[in-house]
Ligand binder design. Structure first.
Ligand code: GUN
Length: 289
């Protein structure tokens, strides 16, 4: 039976470290690190995510600023909000919750955020820094997955890792981080021929495809470590239930270690957002003094 990798416990360790770092920052500077969260429109899931981020920020002593904009916000209006936050020295981190309503261009919004305030790690400069092996601000979900992998396996050098999914938010930065940690990395995606066979050679599997319970035990090498990034709401017997991209009950019997959903990667993502905000605040204040 696989060991369950407890995201609640590991994220609490990250949160405790960040809270201590925030305390030290406050003592040194007399003000708190600040995170601005921009939410456009009425997507219910986005509202829940933003509420959780703001709540966590409060718990670690990070000051949060919420900017809620209507669903019909124009590009010029959103650009003006970002410009204002970019030039406000009291704001250290800026996060624009995705997805955005269709009239808004996500790429140009991401590129408009000052790279040193881009706590999501999505700005082209941060993407390039990670790809060239000199990471600055790193996307929160892959960062959280790496912390869990290091706690479970220690040194990752030489391990075979398969990332399922090639999104900009998870798959691509995850592969870059695993490569940086000296893994041999394969990305499989919807056009891959025989993804299960490639996956079955992996010591580490990171599933980030957004399809409920897609990965079953036939994909998994005995003893492999499985990180499930998926958060999918399904109806089961008339009840709403959250499941991952991995069929937990099926894979649990074969894997060496596995993250549950919920309570796995989810809490790590928010903890790493807090860590990135503190990192950004330290870098910006060091530059000014
Ligand atoms: N929407 C889903 N995940 C994310 C994330 O990590 N950052 C932002 N900004 N939006 C998201």
């Amino acid at each position: 039976m696989a060991t369950r990798i407890d995201g609640k416990v590991i994220s609490q360790q990250v949160i405790d470290d960040v809270a201590a770092g925030v305390d030290q920052f406050m003592t040194q500077h007399g003000f708190a690190p600040a995170l601005a969260v921009v939410l456009v429109g009425d997507d219910p899931a986005s509202h829940v995510y933003v509420r959780n981020k703001v709540k966590r920020a409060g718990e670690v002593g990070i000051h949060s600023i919420e900017r809620r904009l209507p669903a019909d916000t124009t590009q010029a209006e959103l650009d003006a909000v970002i410009d204002e936050l970019n030039s406000d020295d009291s704001v250290h981190g800026i996060l624009v919750q995705l997805p955005l309503p269709p009239q808004l261009d996500e790429s140009s919004v991401i590129a408009r955020i000052r790279a040193d305030k881009d706590v999501d790690g999505f700005h082209p400069l941060n993407v390039g820094a990670l790809a060239s092996g000199q990471p600055q601000l790193v996307p929160c979900t892959p960062l959280g997955c790496m912390i869990m992998l290091r706690q479970t396996l220690g040194d990752l050098s030489g391990k075979r890792a398969v990332v399922i999914g090639r999104s900009n938010i998870v798959g691509k930065p995850m592969a870059a981080l695993l490569l940086q940690a000296n893994c041999t990395v394969t990305i499989v995606h919807s056009k891959t021929v025989d993804a299960p066979a490639l996956c079955a050679e992996a010591d580490i599997v990171v599933a980030a495809i957004g399809v409920p319970e897609f990965v079953n035990r036939s994909w998994i090498k005995p003893g492999a470590t499985v990180i499930d990034v998926g958060i999918n709401a399904i109806e089961l017997g008339g009840q709403r239930k959250l499941v991952g991209d991995v069929h937990y009950a099926d894979v649990e019997a074969k894997a060496g270690a596995i993250t549950p959903v919920p309570g796995g990667v989810g809490p790590m993502t928010i903890a790493c957002l807090m860590q990135n905000t503190l990192t950004a605040a330290i870098a910006q204040t060091a530059q000014r003094s």
